[in-house]
Write a protein that binds this ligand. Structure first.
Ligand SMILES: Cc1cc2nc3c(=O)[nH]c(=O)nc-3n(C[C@H](O)[C@H](O)[C@H](O)COP(=O)(O)OP(=O)(O)OC[C@H]3O[C@@H](n4cnc5c(N)ncnc54)[C@H](O)[C@@H]3O)c2cc1C
Length: 428
């Protein structure tokens, strides 16, 4: 079993390691230094370079190393916070505005892929939300009504009796079908964005970790493992991988592990029986499962099997938990070999809504709570437009983003949170 993302085997090495190596003190000052080469940093870099800024993207590992090449590739409508909670929290008008922005973010991804000819297996497949309990399917009815009335967004329900037209499992209690969601190959998308940013004139440097950010007069000194870079402005695009180089952002984002396994390729008949319409799927538990097929017909099966951050031991444990989940849902796949298992950090905010803005004089965007493919692209670009001087107002801009009380970047409370959500899955 390979212990790295399946997606990494689908991108040429030449597209994830930059040929620029050195910052090393020889780098002339730049307008903008961006820390992190995931969707946020790369979408921002592309925009800023296109409007004439000199841009350096500094990435500790490889392009898309963080969540951007580890995710499930589900480009979903909405937020982690569901429609009913959005309305309860913000009222109908603001909730609708937020939901509309999530749809804008998908349109933006689609437009970028077309404009930059990014070859990333992008498909308008729609998503299924699968009801883990009968009561969850009843809640889907209310959600459908709310989505239509408040958000003008149409979804369909499929009862348990009919669900095999969409999903080859008898475990779930019916489905909600949302045609607005999409699928893509996340690592190819990240590599494609990096190519677009580079073509626009940004310098994307891999293998260079930022260790310290300090103000010197009106400029930033960005200290790296390869020397210092001077910049007018800094964008923190480090999300769930934020480290001590950005302590203020670290105190606002909680990294939570999410894990995925990938089977060996299924036969065409097996794949058609598992997901007849090739949609992407997630279920209604707190400890949710999410799954989909790849272009070579593997079943990718993910979940929050462990709350702790990925490492060799947690990934092995998570893979065993996910495998037994997969077999419960698709018993006919019990004999299939699991060829890949990996984990990644999902960045959560306290209220489970993403944010962009300014913190201690630096720009940031992040906290997508597992709904980040489209939102990171979109907020990365928006924050870049603001950095370029556009007077942008946006409901997700928050320059007063508060730190999480009693939290310094080490999420000591995750075992408690994990136990709480396990309990909720039992009783809800
Ligand atoms: C397992 C998993 C499944 C997911 N599934 C989905 C899904 O199906 N759909 C969806 O919409 N979202 C999903 N997400 C979330 C989505 O992947 C993220 O929201 C998105 O990729 C965030 O992009 P980003 O650019 O902000 O951060 P990242 O892609 O995490 O990039 C941050 C980068 O910063 C770099 N970095 C950090 N610190 C430094 C430093 N000091 N110096 C230099 N570089 C640094 C890291 O190496 C990293 O590459 C999933 C996430 C995970 C982990």
């Amino acid at each position: 079993m390979k212990d790295y993302p399946y997606w990494w085997d689908t991108v040429p090495q030449s597209t994830v390691h930059s040929s620029h190596s050195i910052v090393g003190g020889h780098q002339s000052p730049v307008d903008i230094a961006i820390v992190g080469a995931g969707y946020t940093g790369l979408a921002a870099a592309r925009h800023l370079a296109r409007v004439g800024a000199t841009v350096a993207v500094l990435e500790r590992e490889r392009i898309g190393f963080g969540a951007s090449s580890r995710n499930g590739g589900q480009v979903l409508t909405g937020f982690k916070v569901g429609p009913a909670a959005l309305v309860a929290r913000y009222g109908e008008r603001r909730a609708r505005e937020l939901f509309d922005r999530s749809r804008d973010s998908i349109e933006r991804v689609e437009a970028l892929i077309a404009q930059e000819s990014i070859d990333c297996e992008y498909e308008r497949v729609g998503h299924l939300q699968a009801a883990w309990k009968r009561s969850h399917f009843e809640a889907f009815r209310d959600e459908r009504e709310l989505l239509s009335r408040v958000f003008h967004h149409r979804v369909e329900l499929v009862s348990r009796a009919d669900q095999r037209t969409e999903l080859g499992s008898g475990v779930y209690h019916g489905l909600l079908v949302d045609e607005g969601s999409r699928a893509l190959n996340p690592a190819r998308y990240a590599a494609g964005l990096a190519g677009a940013a580079t073509r626009a004139g940004a310098r994307v440097v891999t293998g260079v970790g930022v260790t310290r950010l300090a103000k010197s007069g009106s400029r930033w000194i960005v200290s790296t493992t390869d020397g210092d870079v001077e910049a007018r402005d800094v964008l923190l695009a480090t999300n769930g991988y934020t480290n001590g180089a950005a302590p203020a952002l670290q105190r606002r984002l909680v990294p939570i592990g999410s894990y995925i396994i990938a089977t060996e390729p299924l036969s065409a008949a097996e794949a058609a029986s598992v997901l007849p319409r090739g949609r992407v799927v997630f279920d209604s538990k707190h400890y949710l499962y999410y799954f989909r097929l790849t272009s070579d017909r593997r079943l990718l099966f993910g979940g929050r099997a462990e709350f702790s951050r990925p490492g060799p031991e947690t990934t092995r444990r998570a893979a065993a938990i996910l495998r037994s989940g997969l077999v419960k849902i698709f018993p006919e796949l019990a004999a299939k070999a699991i060829e890949y298992a990996w984990g990644g950090n999902v960045a959560f905010t306290r209220d489970q809504m993403p944010r962009a803005g300014r913190l201690d004089g630096m720009y940031f965007a992040g906290g997508y709570c597992g709904h980040g493919i489209a939102m990171a692209t979109y907020l990365g670009e928006l924050v870049a437009r603001r950095m370029a001087g556009e007077p942008i107002e946006h409901p997700l801009f928050d320059d007063l983003f508060a730190p999480i009380p009693f939290y310094n970047g080490r999420p000591w409370f995750l075992p408690l949170v994990g136990a709480y959500y396990r309990f909720r899955d039992l009783v809800d």
